[in-house]
Ligand binder design. Structure first.
Ligand code: C2E
Ligand code: MG
Ligand code: MG
Length: 604
């Protein structure tokens, strides 16, 4: 059998049949159509091959169960695996990433519905660990009878594109030099923090920093070193703040720090912002090592607080900017608040703090004592309340300076002095027939109680003064415990075994959980004044007071009502069965001298 082409170009299949007598018969069949078809097929196949080989895309086919049966093309679609590892597996059975459960579900639903899909993006992991992003498109295949027999399609490596997208994102929102958020992202963050503040009842602070002598450094060392300095400033700033706060580069040598979650109270929020500003000055004030030299650079900081963004971000930044210029005028390397009131408050507070430091050194603080009586009016003890006789201001109320002492940490030293004074008084009264059995209640702040040597301090003070531990009551507030319940229980037990008693001050204002309250070795609950004040006025407070008294009885705790000012309040409390009473109705806090006078006149 052979093929022959006629001069007219047609193809003939020539078959020769040998006959028995040695002769033969030749048949000619015109197979032109068949040959052209085959030719076309071959050409198609060749075209297809060069297409897949020249393209970076690759071709794939799956059977009716979506299992891979074919791969063609140059792209590194095998990811270090053999055909055997891939064939027979579905797309989701091969190593992948970057696709959520929901996205897989949607993709599989599309396949099940035999739909065409475009640019399904997923990450595939190469056996060598590298990750590749691919975009896949596919269409269903049907046989001659119209039955679904699988999928075929193409896939493309889009790793580069994804990388570029990430880069663009970074360039759009982050500063190239320091890697910190840029103006644009800062803008968003401020708005976000303001919204959060409105929702959670907090406020934010914006600190704008400008380096004082950057231009000089930049000019003398060169831009390269100027850039290094900015980088170092950026990383030092990031170290100053909590992870939830934002440090951004505003441009040039200006940086912005945004603090979030500050208390709504202006003075308290300003104190936090100030503490951060102080830390920034300390950290940035450390010399930088640049070009083999030790270079000093200090910032000037403008601060403004914000509760919402009603004035707009631009306005907020302008305020901080104005404050920053003021800081420059004050001699640089310092901070300034935008708001005059805030600034005044900040200055008054730091002046008070400085004075308090001196007061502690010179032991200017003294105690007043307020009597605590039972229903019959007999005095059972006193509460020690600290008083500060300021050389210029006169008597400063604890409401004013306790907060400053807490914020500055001076409360620990102050608390210790109070404890010493109270114990000394106890020891002195021990010899007096009237007050030998009086107990003395001492307020202990959370920070003081959390000191690791608190138990030791109390026991040592008792020992040095010779006071009886059984007559010392320590008043803790509810908020103090939840931080570290085990530690609190441990400390209280150690002191309790020596005879020291514990009282919960301002009870009802915190968020005590009864669960832990019952675990503490407590002796007394002090109903907060705010409930006592409204007795007989606000029915709900009547209920609260009754409940606390009932609870105290059930837990075997003594209940004391503070802030008793009227006979009506006292009568109601007696009716409810309250154990002890403290308040202006019964006695005001008094200096010791007044007690002595009273005792000597026999009035007690
Ligand atoms: P606190 O422990 O709840 O003390 C009771 C406060 O109520 C005292 O105010 C007292 O003078 C006042 N008070 C007493 N009776 C009445 C009354 O009938 N009506 C009214 N309106 N008030 C009454 P003070 O002395 O100004 O102390 C305020 C807070 O300062 C104390 O509240 C306590 O939390 C804190 N504090 C006082 N001394 C110390 C201390 O030595 N250490 C610590 N950490 N905190 C102290
Ligand atoms: Mg108290
Ligand atoms: Mg109280």
């Amino acid at each position: 059998v052979y093929l022959r082409q006629t001069p007219s170009g047609r193809w003939l299949e020539v078959r020769t049949h040998v006959l028995e007598d040695g002769g033969y018969v030749r048949t000619f069949a015109d197979v032109t159509e068949h040959i052209t078809l085959q030719e076309a097929l071959r050409e198609n196949e060749a075209r297809w091959r060069s297409l897949t080989h020249l393209s970076s895309d690759w071709y794939w086919e799956q059977d009716a169960e979506f299992r891979f049966v074919r791969f063609d093309g140059r792209g590194d679609h095998r990811l270090g695996m053999n055909d055997d590892d891939i064939f027979g597996k579905c797309r989701w059975e091969l190593p992948h990433a970057g696709v959520s459960q929901a996205q897989w579900a949607a993709h599989r639903a599309q396949l099940a519905a035999h739909e065409v899909f475009h640019d399904f993006e997923m990450q595939r992991t190469h056996t060598n660990g590298t990750v590749q992003w691919v975009a896949i498109s596919g269409e269903p295949m049907f046989d001659a009878q119209g039955c679904f027999c699988g999928y075929r399609g193409v896939a493309r490596d889009i790793t580069e594109r994804k990388r570029a997208e990430g880069q663009i994102q970074r360039l759009a929102f982050y500063d190239e030099l320091t890697g910190l958020p840029n103006r644009r992202l800062l803008h968003d963050r401020i708005e976000q923090i303001a919204r959060l503040g409105v929702r959670e009842g907090t406020q934010g602070a914006l600190l704008l920093l400008d380096l004082d002598n950057f231009k000089t450094i930049n000019d003398s060392l060169g831009h390269e070193w100027g850039d290094r300095l900015l980088e170092q400033v950026g990383s030092r700033l990031s170290a100053c703040v909590r992870a939830s706060d934002t440090v951004a580069r505003w441009g040039g040598d200006e940086f912005v720090v945004v603090l979030q979650g500050l208390p709504l109270d202006t003075a308290q929020a300003a104190a936090v912002a100030e503490a951060v500003a102080y830390k920034v000055l300390q950290l940035l004030g450390q010399p930088h090592r640049l070009a083999g030299r030790s270079v000093h650079s200090t910032p000037s900081i403008g601060i403004t607080l914000f509760q919402d963004c009603d004035v707009g971000v631009a306005q907020l930044l302008q305020r901080a900017d104005m404050a920053m210029y003021q800081a420059k005028q004050r001699g640089r390397n310092t901070w300034c608040f935008f708001d005059a009131g805030m600034q005044a408050a900040a200055q008054a507070r730091s002046a008070l703090e400085a004075d308090l430091r001196v007061a502690l050194q010179q032991r200017q603080c003294l105690l007043h004592f307020q009597r605590i009586v039972d229903a019959q009016g007999r005095t059972l003890g006193v509460e020690a309340l600290v008083r500060w006789q300021h050389p210029q201001r006169g008597m400063v109320s604890p409401a004013e300076f306790i907060a400053v002492a807490e914020q500055s940490g001076l409360i620990v030293a102050l608390g210790q002095q109070v404890l010493e004074l109270a114990c000394a008084q106890l020891a002195q009264w021990a010899h007096h027939p009237v007050c030998a059995q009086w107990s003395v209640s001492v307020n202990v702040s959370a920070r003081q109680f959390r000191q690791s040597d608190f138990v030791h301090q109390v026991l040592a003070t008792l020992q040095v003064t010779g006071a009886r531990a059984q007559l010392l009551t320590l008043e803790l507030t509810e908020s103090l415990v939840p931080d570290n319940v085990e530690d609190a229980i441990d400390k209280m037990h150690q002191l309790r075994t020596k005879g020291v008693r514990f009282s919960v001050d301002d009870f009802g204002t915190g968020y005590s959980s009864l669960a832990y309250l019952t675990r503490l070795p407590l002796h007394q609950l002090k109903i907060d004044q705010s409930f006592v004040r409204n007795l007989g006025v606000r029915p709900s407070d009547d209920v609260i007071v009754q409940t606390i008294i009932g609870m105290g009885r059930n837990l075997d705790l003594e209940v004391l009502a503070e802030g008793v000012e009227t006979e009506a309040q006292k009568a109601l409390l007696i009716a409810h069965g309250c154990d002890l009473y403290q308040g202006y109705l019964l006695a005001h806090p008094m200096p010791v001298a007044d007690f002595e006078r009273m005792l000597n006149s026999g009035a007690a």
